[in-house]
Design a protein around this ligand. Structure first.
Ligand code: HAM
Length: 425
């Protein structure tokens, strides 16, 4: 295929054009509509932050911080990083703007690009788009359940079939029970070091729980035999997790308890969850995930303040929607085409198109200087419902000719009746 132009989009990035752009627009619109039902409000934070924020927030031993960050020095020598995710930024913003503390809480949602230097493959980009939410300053189990319920509500409203989604949940424990569990997993890894891959051997010292995510068959078999965190939770964590499940059961939400779900970012405590879909996706089958991070605000220098949230991945949702044959609804798809019958009608057609748009109709106007035939080709391509012909004969009679594009029936409509005519159709 001939390459168009001299420059291409950088590896791991894509232009969102056509259906992809409409899908992103539809998903962000759906997110605002659904999340606001639960009292969430929009927030926009910078695309880049001080590098230290992510190192502290996400954890030095994670793949994201260790291998995947786009870090650069600006002209004054500051180390900045393109956000690899948005939770650390939102918690930072909540501290900067005093959104939480002293009994206050904040429920926030966001949408935008994130950046991770990963190997690009199906459903995995270097610049990818997330939609996410964070509930800050709230720590009761109903908030965990609400977050999960809202996530599934969003996916269903986005058009993903419920039966195609698998909701996995787990508890990661807290600072009371996790250190002992981490040590147990470290021991387990050391005891099986011969069978483990190089990376998992390294993980034994840096981040033992990450070994649960290894895709190597031998490592999977060894980790299947590892102690389960569910058996090691302290009483408080156990009780909190039982309550989350109680609320999910009450809401009639199906889920799978997955003791091996550990997630890739270090800030998680207690409830974690992930939604997976197989059809349409390869190995990158998580369309969204999240969890509680009760120690994050303090780690970032704020007051001790709990939090929970999730993020969903646009690219993967788009692949799933395509696989399921979902037709993405377009906002204001033009249903009316205004055709200019002859050059002397250009100004009148221009005026009519503007009047109709102000009255709330989505209108495409024929291009000036083009023949009527070529204008009508555009009308066909746009699949409009009707074409309004602005021509001298009808204009003299105070109206226009309207053609129904399906039946091809035509009728004269006076300007005074046009508004009602379009509404009635
Ligand atoms: P995460 O699991 O790293 O969590 O990412 C959430 C979702 O973003 C994934 O499930 C996936 O759909 C999508 N995603 C991640 N990396 C890529 C990539 N390279 N290309 C395409 N899609 C990708 C977080 O980011 C947390 N901040 C979520 C969260 C919010 N936890 C608490 N609050």
């Amino acid at each position: 295929m001939a390459k168009a132009g001299k420059y291409s989009a950088p590896r791991g990035t894509v232009d969102l054009v056509g259906d992809a752009a409409h899908t992103w627009e539809f998903l962000t619109r759906t997110a605002s509509r659904i999340f606001s039902l639960y009292g969430y409000e929009p927030i926009y934070t910078p695309i880049f932050e001080q590098t230290e924020l992510f190192v502290r927030g996400i954890g030095e031993a994670t793949d994201v911080v260790g291998k995947e960050m786009y870090t650069f020095e600006d002209k004054s020598g500051r180390s900045l990083t393109l956000r690899p995710e948005n939770t650390a930024s939102v918690v930072r913003a909540s501290i900067t703007n005093s959104l939480v503390g002293e009994g206050r809480s904040a429920k926030l949602f966001y949408a935008g690009p994130m950046f991770r230097y990963e190997r690009p493959t199906k459903g995995r980009q270097r610049q990818f788009y997330q939609i996410g939410t964070e509930a800050l300053g709230l720590d009761s189990a109903d908030i965990d359940a609400e977050s999960i319920i809202m996530l599934m509500h969003f996916f269903e409203e986005a058009g993903i079939e419920r039966s195609s989604m698998r909701l996995l949940i787990n508890s990661m424990g807290d600072e009371n029970c996790r250190p002992a569990y981490r040590e147990k997993i470290r021991q387990h890894l050391l005891n099986h070091s011969e069978g483990l891959c190089e990376e998992c051997n390294r993980r034994a010292e840096t981040n033992p729980l990450r070994a649960f995510d290894c895709k190597n068959e031998a490592c999977i078999a060894i980790m299947n035999e590892a102690p389960k965190l569910a058996d090691e939770l302290c009483d408080d964590c156990k009780e909190a997790f039982e309550k989350v499940k109680y609320y999910l059961d009450e809401a009639g939400l199906d889920y799978i308890e997955e003791p091996k779900l550990v997630r890739g970012l270090d800030y998680y405590t207690r409830t974690v969850f992930e939604v997976q879909v197989d059809a349409g996706l390869g190995a990158q089958n998580a369309i969204g995930g999240g969890g509680r991070y009760d120690g994050l605000a303090e780690a970032l220098g704020g007051k001790d303040s709990p939090g929970i949230g999730f993020a969903v991945g646009f690219e993967r949702i788009a692949l799933v929607l395509e696989e399921q044959g979902f037709e993405v609804p377009r906002l204001n798809r033009p249903e009316t085409f205004v055709a200019i019958v002859s050059a002397d009608m250009e100004d009148k057609a221009f005026e009519l198109a503007n009047d109709l748009r102000k009255a709330g109709h989505a209108v495409l106007l024929g291009e000036q200087g083009r023949s009527l035939k070529s204008q009508l080709k555009n009308a066909d391509r746009a699949e409009v419902k009707r074409t309004i012909f602005v021509g001298p004969d009808e204009l003299e009679k105070g109206g226009v000719l309207v053609r129904d594009m399906e039946s091809k029936a035509e009728s004269f409509v006076a300007f005074a009746d046009l508004e009602n005519y379009l509404k009635a159709e």
